[in-house]
Design a protein around this ligand. Structure first.
Ligand SMILES: [Zn+2]
Length: 297
């Protein structure tokens, strides 16, 4: 009898603990979602996993950016369907931020919906050679002078500031809303990492200074920031400073013959150790700046 009572008590205790744990657990984050940007009438973010893009719904149609469907065969269609939940206006444009597949794979669903695909001229040059089965070639190329796309009272200014996170990166400015969409070059409150594989360190500093000189208040990054927050000019300034500090720290070590090792093994940026991506990002930072100052690449 005693054993039975203890048995039941254990079961009840376990049940109670399980219920508490279930209550404490946050609802699972959906794989993809479209969210209106606070304080705007018609600017949205479509997020698919750890990637995101901006789209704008106007009276004459939709301006979409980056399909964000790498490794997701239905991702482009999911994005189009998410737009269709909000509006039945035609999707007129799909603008690529740069040529990296993790942001631009999946454009076919947009082409099928009638969109014109726009990108910097280097995107078409690169994609034509690579011939990726999941990535649609641009229909129209933007020269280094940039271009403004206008539709239904919305202007999207496509700015090209030279080499940066890639050689094909466009910054998209909504002058009326004072919002910029900049992908991979300005991670919000995060340490850069793998993206530095195709990164031009000296030119990127100039690029960020040119972005800072534009008139904007909020930055939509290509990967969600901590708690999905948007970036500010302070975030862009902080990212520039991180890059400058990494560069300045590695330069004398590289010139003293310490690259690739021991720099790749020992390099630290303790000021940023609480930023997301610190541990995983350090080796990529060390390798890129060892490449610059230790090899001249
Ligand atoms: Zn990229």
């Amino acid at each position: 009898m005693l054993r039975t009572s203890i048995g039941w008590a254990s079961v009840l205790l376990c049940a109670a603990m399980f219920a508490n744990a279930a209550q404490a657990q946050a609802p699972a984050r959906p794989e993809f979602a479209a969210t209106k940007v606070e304080g705007t009438d018609n600017v949205y973010i479509f997020r698919n996993g750890g990637h995101q893009a901006m789209f704008i719904v106007t009276s004459e149609g939709v301006i979409a950016t980056d399909p964000v469907a790498y490794g997701k065969p239905n991702g482009g269609q999911d994005y189009v369907s998410a737009i269709r939940q909000i509006t039945d206006k035609p999707i007129k444009y799909l603008i690529y931020s740069h040529h990296h597949y993790d942001h631009i794979a999946g454009g076919k669903a947009f082409k099928d919906a009638g969109a014109t695909v726009i990108a910097h001229r280097r995107v078409k040059e690169r994609l034509s050679v690579l011939n990726d089965p999941h990535t649609v070639l641009p229909d129209e190329s933007v020269s280094d002078e940039g271009r403004t796309v206008k539709l239904g009272g919305t202007s999207v200014e496509l700015k090209y500031f030279g080499l940066s996170h890639s050689d094909s990166s466009l910054v998209m400015l909504l002058p009326k809303e004072k919002i910029v969409f900049a992908v991979d070059i300005l991670p919000v409150g995060q340490v850069p990492g793998r993206g530095l594989i195709d990164f031009y360190p000296l030119e990127a500093e100039d690029f960020i200074k040119k972005v800072l000189a534009l008139d904007w208040e909020r930055l939509i990054p290509g990967h969600p920031g901590p708690n999905d927050r948007l970036g500010s000019k302070q975030d862009a300034q902080d990212q520039l400073q991180l890059l400058q500090e990494a560069s300045a720290a590695i330069k004398p070590l590289a010139q003293a013959g310490k690259c690739w090792e021991p720099v790749e093994k020992e390099f630290k940026l303790p000021k940023y150790e609480n930023w997301p991506g610190y541990t995983s990002g350090l080796p990529f930072i060390a390798r890129r700046y060892c490449g610059l100052w230790g090899r001249g690449t």
